[in-house]
Design a binder for this molecule. Structure first.
Ligand code: FAD
Length: 390
């Protein structure tokens, strides 16, 4: 007999949800984390208000080598199940935009709710500790902690991805999974600002801080949300979304006026008031700083500009093609793409196919959501599913 039925490494969103569910099933659960407090990423998420789920959660909002892997967990514990839990605790929330649900007050309410649920389910939470070694035994697993050895029959890896190392993110999940023979899908930063080369940055320097509503595409994927010029390149929700699909060397296409046919608008401006210059005409359609950059180098009245020239200008606004040189990396990325290969996990229970009793949940798995509450929903759903099986 093991002193613990279940040991979960990582007291983030997925680990806490798994602990609650396993505890409710009368399993003796030990939850470990090297941080000082549980749910640190929940605390800082959504600007301190935690975008805890998305009303429109569906598998199409997730990236994975196997896009079908997430279906089972997402349908067993849905966004509506999590909303019901939040409602039971009387936590006030609102839909900000595009189905994204945020706490009215503070993300701490979500952490407090999970901690209370863990207490009710008799989960033991041990902070500021981490195993230096994990070994398989005949009947389960043995972990070496600074305070001594502990053993269990089920071990859950819930240590998340590599994003924001300053907050304690590590590659621990991948190393441990690999040690148990699980395959890994290459990891890379996702939901991350993209950067430009120095020449482009110099040209676009006056735009730092300018935001537009944009339609941004890469390959077949596109998103329509706000985009922001920064001192290093571009950011804002539309760019974070497309960054998860973008690979180095690829071009992205940006329409900075998705609702306006700029060519048409400029022709109208030319017909109605041909004595204005291009900058003035563009400034009625775009932020002034952007109009100035686009009109830079053009002279004279718009009346003197042929259709060909207006078309060139309209293309620069509506289908700007740009090759970012890179991304801001894990330092600022909200998530880690890739991770433990879903081919080696059971999609219903998250148990490793070749290692009975070993489970991987949350961001450590090769399932990554769009911006907008999808990543927490994956953490809740995958954690809940493992919690029923451990
Ligand atoms: P985590 O929440 O990262 O938890 C992993 C835990 O494991 C941590 O507590 C960590 O301390 C612990 N750990 C790591 N290594 C070790 C180790 N070696 N030993 C012991 N413990 C260890 N998603 C949304 O859906 N909505 C949002 O509003 C949102 N906002 C975000 C804002 C920011 C700034 C960031 C960085 C991310 C945001 N995300 C958001 C993404 C979301 O936070 C993650 O997808 C989610 O937290 C993943 O849950 P997880 O439990 O798998 O991992």
């Amino acid at each position: 007999m093991h002193p613990w039925d279940v040991i979960i490494i990582g007291a983030g969103a997925a680990g806490m949800m798994c602990a609650i569910e396993a505890g409710k099933r009368d399993r003796k659960v030990l939850l470990l984390d090297h941080a000082k407090a549980p749910g640190e990423k929940i605390r800082i998420s959504g600007g301190g208000r935690c975008n805890f789920t998305n009303l429109d959660t569906s598998p199409k909002a997730f990236l994975s080598q196997n896009p079908r892997f997430c279906i089972s967990a997402l349908s067993r514990f849905t966004q509506h199940d999590f909303i019901a839990l939040v409602n039971r605790y009387g936590i006030a929330w609102h839909e900000k935009t595009l189905g994204q649900l945020f706490c009215d007050s503070s993300s701490r309410q979500i952490i407090d709710m999970l901690v209370t649920e863990m207490r009710k389910a008799d989960v033991t939470l041990r902070l500021q500790t981490s195993p230096s070694d994990v070994a398989r035994t005949d009947t389960g697993f043995r972990l070496s902690l600074p305070e001594g050895e502990v053993s269990c029959s089920s071990l859950v890896i819930a240590t998340g991805g590599k994003s924001i190392p300053k907050m304690g993110a590590t590659g621990f999940a991948y190393e441990l999974a690999a040690r148990f023979g699980l395959r890994l899908v290459e990891t890379r930063p996702g939901l991350v600002p993209l950067t430009f080369d120095p020449a482009m940055l110099q040209r676009l320097a006056p735009l730092a801080g300018v935001a537009v509503e944009a339609e941004v595409s890469c390959g077949k994927q596109s998103f329509r949300e706000a985009m922001l010029f920064t001192h290093r390149g571009i950011s804002g929700p539309a760019i974070l979304q497309i960054s998860s699909y973008w690979r180095e060397g690829q071009e992205i296409r940006i329409s900075m006026t998705p609702d306006i046919d700029i060519f048409d608008a400029l022709r109208r401006a030319r017909a109605e008031n041909g004595r204005q210059n291009l900058k003035t005409a563009l400034a009625s359609l775009l932020p002034r700083a952007l109009a100035e950059i686009i009109a830079d180098g053009t002279a004279g009245n718009i009346a003197d500009m042929p259709d060909r020239e207006l078309r060139r200008i309209s293309d620069a606004v509506s289908s700007w093609r740009i090759k970012p040189v890179g991304s801001e990396g894990y330092r600022t990325a909200e998530v880690t793409l890739g991770g433990v290969d879903t081919r080696d996990l059971n999609s219903r229970t998250m148990e490793a196919n070749g290692v009975p009793g070993l489970y991987v949940i949350g961001e450590a798995v090769d399932v990554t959501g769009w911006l907008g509450g999808y990543n927490f929903q994956w953490a809740w759903s995958s954690g809940w599913s493992a919690g029923q099986a451990t």
